[in-house]
Write a protein that binds this ligand. Structure first.
Ligand SMILES: [Zn+2]
Length: 394
């Protein structure tokens, strides 16, 4: 898998000027330490990110704020005006943009960065600490405005509400119809919420329903480590539960054929000796979850990893596509060149989705032939497995 990282993304955060009671964030040194650990995985390929331009930042931020940060007249998210930090910013956001562009339906990507989602249109003040520019929104905006993507879904599983992301969406109205933002930090705040948190990733949970409805071309996933129960700014989930969260996210994206790019987001557990190993371990688990979902071979994954206790024919996805376009089943049957009777039973999963129909679906609704055929295959496998189980149960 491709991991976007360069030492140009790293600088000492300088003397933090945020005042009493605000813990020092390890987020500026985290990528460097994690990159060292990731060297041991032979399946990880490090890629140097391209820096974004000031104009890229201005797609989602007040132009004066952008200029002031870069020339040091405005304080960054750490509360200082270190030029070394300013120099890293085009690369950290660049890593997110490059990861977004490189993600494919069968290969997620990672940007080794943290600290985006509290940066609003005019910066971080009043919204939160540690985030100077909102690299998530720069990446989403560039995908939509420059790379002709129709929809981007941001799934923010940091402990905290991605209020900067919402702030930018409020200002830049032209992006609103093209971006869905689900921020877990807005809804969950303690270990009592853990099961409900994870239920959002279950079949027919909030995440799957949203993806079904919007059918995004890209998922940007904030795999936050500060949601851990022991985090000083957390926490909701145990290590094992965070791993389940990450695995589910990857399974959903892979099953639905949606490219996904993730980043590290928060994580503030620092031991007395200064070690951030606990945070690094949580991030390493995300890579392990990736390996389990994306790197085991296709057959293996389909038969072992994801076994829902429900099945859904491709017709359900098609129904969403039709509703979205205000089209009827009659219209769809005309496009297919088949009778309405055939089309109705096809939608219910009683007729087979052939390569010929898959080709037609790509023309009508997009995605790839491979996606539609895999959708059919998964449906058939789930259905026969569940019917067998029921049979045995009786
Ligand atoms: Zn956070």
């Amino acid at each position: 898998m491709k991991v976007f990282y360069s030492d140009k993304m790293v600088a000492d955060q300088g003397e933090q000027g945020l005042g009493e009671g605000i813990l020092k964030s390890p987020s500026s040194r985290k990528p460097e330490e994690l990159a060292l650990l990731l060297n041991r995985y032979p399946w990880i390929e490090f890629v140097e990110p391209n820096p974004v331009t000031l104009d890229d930042f201005k797609l989602v931020h007040d132009p004066y704020y952008v200029e002031d940060i870069m020339d040091g007249t405005e304080l960054n998210g750490f509360g200082n005006n270190s030029q070394a930090i300013a120099n890293t910013l085009p690369y950290t956001t660049g890593a997110m943009c490059d990861a977004a562009l490189a993600a494919t339906h069968d290969q997620a990507t990672c940007a080794l960065v943290a600290g985006f989602h509290h940066a609003g249109y005019s910066g971080w003040r009043k919204l939160g600490y540690f985030c100077t520019f909102n690299g998530l929104m720069v990446a989403a905006a560039k995908m939509i405005l420059e790379h002709k993507k129709k929809h981007v879904t941001i799934i923010d599983c940091d402990m905290h509400w991605g209020n900067g992301t919402d702030d930018i969406l409020k200002y830049i109205k032209e992006l609103q119809p093209h971006i869905t933002h689900i921020s877990f930090g807005q809804y969950f705040d303690g270990p009592k919420d853990a099961e409900q948190y994870l239920s959002w990733f279950e079949p027919e949970g909030i995440v799957e329903k949203s993806l079904m409805l919007d059918r995004p071309d890209l998922i940007l996933y904030q795999a936050g480590a500060d949601v851990h129960v022991d985090d000083p700014y957390g926490g909701v989930l145990t290590t094992e539960q965070i791993r389940r969260r990450d695995k589910r996210m990857f399974e959903l994206a892979k099953m639905m054929g949606i490219p996904l790019a993730w980043n590290l987001a928060g994580g503030y557990q620092i031991e007395e000796n200064g070690s951030i190993q606990k945070v690094l371990d949580i991030h390493l688990n995300t890579f392990e979850a990736y390996r389990e979902v994306y790197l085991c071979d296709q057959e293996d994954w389909e038969t072992s990893a994801f076994k829902p206790d429900w099945y859904s024919p491709p017709g359900e996805t098609i129904e969403c596509c039709l509703n979205e376009r205000n089209r009827s089943v009659e219209w769809f049957s005309e496009q297919l060149g088949r009778s309405v009777e055939f089309t109705e039973s096809f939608m219910k999963g009683e007729e087979v989705l052939t390569p010929e129909i898959a080709k037609k679906l790509v023309d009508l609704f997009g995605s790839t032939q491979k996606f539609w055929l895999r959708r059919e295959k998964t449906y058939r496998q789930d259905r026969s497995r569940i019917e067998n189980e029921r049979h045995q149960g009786n």
